[in-house]
Design a protein around this ligand. Structure first.
Ligand code: ATP
Ligand code: MG
Length: 577
């Protein structure tokens, strides 16, 4: 493609809406444009890279026996009501009505639709196993759309669904998809980790997230160097501190004026935060807003609450819980803002972190202004309606598998795989007949990749202060031939010859034949991040050009033929890796 003819506009300034490198560079390179918050369009170069990622995904999915279909984004509410997710998915589900007041949503994911198709088409064990996938636009009304393609409200996802006869079949399908995902992300040039994950709104029994390592990522993972434990911090199991051997002392109410935080009360009473109990208070809604209950969660004062674990313990969707209004809660339960403890609380569900059970003589709020109670002990003084691990893992905590100190890292969730089991086949009635003509539930898995988020993750891992540095596999074009002095016939002729040579060899090449100053062309070539750059300048008369890889700081002078040959060989070797 000749740049003079190409629909493209690069930006000199950092657009004010962009905070992180991938967002900045995708905008500056003219690859994407924002329509409204969380909604982006793809310009020619951006769309080419999206299609490259899609092609990699297709090849790897097909290699595992996946079959591509394409379902509608528009989905009738009835299917979501059948699965129970019309309620459970909450406000992230983009709901709409047709002219006859019939309800629909724009699909954030397609479990219901694929289950519906298969329950209507599959009747016999002979039709299983089956792996169906699509690459399709998804809609989620995200609370905080941000970072461009990273968390958008409209995005492209590859979603696959496996249908098996039994658990063993699902294990094999899951393994295949896990394997395909590793190949896909490697081919996209990503440094990533597959980690155990929570199943969230999708549900099911087991799950892994594929996390591209990046400081700007919104996922946090905990991992261990001494064993292969790796999990999202949401998911990571925490080891309780060893139980205390202290004898239980009598409870005693003490005056603690104005000590609302753990730091304040620990400081005032001169005890360690590990000797205190922290209270977190919530309001939890039922399916309608007017039905709710209060929940108090208690953890040791030095710990942080893991919301995902609390939500799972309560068996509620994420959107059904919010922090309680202190005054409203006080009237019903006796809680007192800053001074709430488990002793004396009533009309409220009490969820206790398992670690507190073995700890002795702790300080807790007295449910009375400016008062705490010392020597509070589990069982003797209070009990939990639910006792479970509620802790958020932190760096240095003991690894749940081997006990060594865990480390934390940040990353971008680019894909997730789930063992759904019979969650959807049961609620939606998807059966097959076995050899004995008996009805059996289909056992399912589902597997998602954020295609457009993957594009952003690639830029996040491959850029410098001048722009993008595309891996050849997802670069919009492989090579760019730049004419330094526009109007110089010798340069133009040599550049054209190299350009034609590259095209003939199947290289996706750009020719920068714009009537622009050399500085502008060089800057743009850096911003665009095309992997191979051949610059035709003053030495064109001798048939000599500059050959440079975007990722390397140095260039070499080569004959035009050698430069073309080197480009062709380099690109072929990168694509075959
Ligand atoms: P997150 O935790 O980041 O909100 P999720 O776990 O809800 O994501 P899944 O339901 O697992 O997402 O969707 C499959 C994939 O789709 C994700 O791994 C991610 O790559 C991509 N994805 C999800 N939400 C978005 C979004 N708002 N914008 C872009 N990509 C997304
Ligand atoms: Mg996910």
């Amino acid at each position: 493609m000749r740049l003079s003819k190409m629909y493209i506009r690069t930006l000199r300034e950092v657009p004010s809406e962009a905070e992180i490198p991938s967002h900045i560079w995708l905008l500056r390179a003219g690859m994407i444009r924002r329509l409204v918050s969380g909604v982006y369009g793809f310009m020619p170069l951006g769309f080419r890279s999206v299609r490259k990622i899609e092609e990699i995904i297709r090849e790897e999915m097909d290699a595992k026996g996946g079959q591509e279909i394409h379902m509608s984004a528009l989905q009738p509410a009835e299917l979501w009501q059948e699965s129970g997710r019309w309620y459970a998915y909450g406000p992230e589900l983009w709901r709409l009505k047709d002219r006859n007041e019939r309800e629909f949503c724009l699909g954030p994911t397609h479990e219901e639709i694929f289950t519906d198709i298969v329950r209507n088409e599959v009747s016999s064990y002979r039709q299983l196993p089956l792996n169906l996938y699509q690459i399709q636009t998804k809609y989620r009304d995200e609370k905080r759309p941000r970072f461009g393609l990273m968390r958008s409200r409209e995005f492209v996802m590859k979603d696959a669904y496996s249908f098996d006869r039994d658990r063993e079949g699902l294990d094999a399908s899951y393994h295949d998809m896990y394997d395909a995902y590793e190949r896909i992300f490697k081919r996209c040039g990503l440094v990533f980790r597959a980690v155990e994950a929570d199943t969230g709104a999708i549900g099911g029994s087991a799950s892994h997230e594929f996390t591209a390592l990046s400081e700007v990522g919104e996922s946090e993972i905990a991992y261990c160097d001494s064993c292969d434990m790796a999990a999202t911090t949401e998911r990571a199991v925490c080891i309780d501190d060893d139980p205390s051997t202290e004898a239980e002392l009598p409870m005693e109410k003490v005056v603690t004026p104005g000590t609302k935080t753990i730091e304040e009360v620990a400081g005032f009473l001169n005890v360690d935060a590990t000797k205190t109990i922290k209270a977190l208070l919530f309001k939890v809604y039922g399916e309608t807003e007017d039905v709710f209950e209060y929940v108090a969660a208690f953890i040791r004062g030095d710990r942080e609450l893991n919301m995902t674990k609390l939500i799972n313990a309560l068996g509620i969707p994420e959107h059904a819980i919010e922090f309680a209004d202190e005054n409203a809660m006080a009237e019903v339960t006796g809680a007192v803002g800053g001074f709430t403890g488990p002793v004396g609380l009533h009309d409220c569900k009490i969820v206790v972190d398992s670690e507190l059970v073995g700890q002795k003589n702790l300080v807790a709020g007295a449910c009375e202004k400016d008062h705490h109670i010392i020597n509070v002990n589990y069982d003797r003084d209070y009990k939990g309606d639910i006792v479970t691990d509620l802790k958020l893992i932190k760096a240095g905590d003991r690894c749940p598998v081997c006990g060594a100190p865990v480390k934390l890292a940040r990353g971008i969730e680019v894909g997730q795989v789930f063992k759904l089991g019979t969650k959807y086949s049961k609620s939606m009635g998807a059966y097959y007949k076995d050899e004995n003509m008996e009805d059996q539930l289909i056992v399912m898995g589902c597997y998602g990749i954020g295609v457009t988020r993957t594009l952003a993750a690639v830029v996040e891992q491959h850029h410098d202060e001048n722009g993008i540095i595309w891996p050849v596999s997802v670069a919009p074009y492989h090579a760019i031939v730049t004419i330094v002095t526009s109007g110089d016939e010798t340069q133009e002729a040599l550049a054209e010859a190299i350009y034609q040579e590259l095209l003939k060899a199947g290289v996706e090449a750009l020719l920068d034949d714009r009537k622009e100053r050399a500085g502008v062309k060089f800057k743009d070539a850096d911003v665009l991040g095309i992997p191979v750059r051949i610059t035709v300048g003053k030495k064109a008369a001798e048939g000599v050009v500059e050959y440079k890889l975007r990722k390397d700081p140095t260039h070499s002078e080569l004959s035009a033929q050698d430069a073309a040959a080197q480009a062709i060989a380099y690109i072929a070797s990168e694509l075959n890796r």
